[in-house]
Design a protein around this ligand. Structure first.
Ligand code: AMP
Length: 188
């Protein structure tokens, strides 16, 4: 497995699992959230456009996100593989990714989806808000991010299922337990 998407609602533990997966698989971690936060911090034109949208918990426009993802995936180190975290988040982004991969002459190996229950997620996010102090982690924006996920990102489950690429893993439990499940699911 070298070309993967990690999918799941905010707070499902994608970032944490991504860190151990990239170590094990030796592929770069491509997080559009991290790239957008860096752009906001550096006050680039993209960052200035994305800032308020991100703070409200809404999704940044497909145009902006597809642009930064395509740029990143075209870099040398991504040619051997990548782990996408937080992208795609809409059907339009998934279609753009398909187009890009076919242009690069490669195929997606799998979309690994972490399944969790919503109440547990909100609790996790509130805890993370305390620890990291992220501007998009207060209760109101957390709920908005959930709504965005349900409305725009959850349809990606069917998108990748219909392409025979979906691998679902129970995301509840300790970091180690979920990590072990992921390992087993990918070894199959
Ligand atoms: P994340 O760190 O992945 O939770 O992303 C933080 C925020 O960045 C999200 O709530 C969105 O506002 C924005 N963002 C990150 N990735 C995307 C994406 N693929 N599409 C749209 N917005 C995104």
């Amino acid at each position: 497995m070298s070309r993967m998407i990690l999918l799941g609602p905010p707070g499902a533990g994608k970032g944490t699992q991504a860190t151990s997966l990239i170590d094990r698989l030796g592929i770069p971690h491509v997080s559009t959230g991290d790239m957008l936060r860096a752009a906001v911090a550096a006050e680039t034109p993209v960052g200035l456009q994305a800032k308020t949208v991100m703070e409200s918990g809404e999704l940044v426009s497909d145009e902006i996100v597809i642009g930064i993802a395509e740029e990143r995936l075209s870099e040398d180190d991504a040619q051997k593989g990548f782990l996408l975290d937080g992208f795609p988040r809409t059907i339009a982004q998934a279609e753009a990714l398909e187009g890009l991969l076919s242009k690069l002459g490669v195929e997606l190996d799998c979309c690994l989806a972490l399944t969790v229950d919503n109440d547990a997620i909100v609790e996790r996010l509130l805890k993370r808000a305390e620890i990291e102090g992220r501007a998009d982690d207060n209760e109101e924006t957390i709920r908005e991010r959930m709504r965005e996920y349900d409305a725009k990102t959850a349809p990606l489950l069917d998108f990748y299922r219909s392409r025979g690429r979906l691998v679902e893993v129970d995301g509840m439990g300790t970091i180690e337990e979920v990590g072990e499940r992921i390992k087993q699911a990918l070894d199959k």
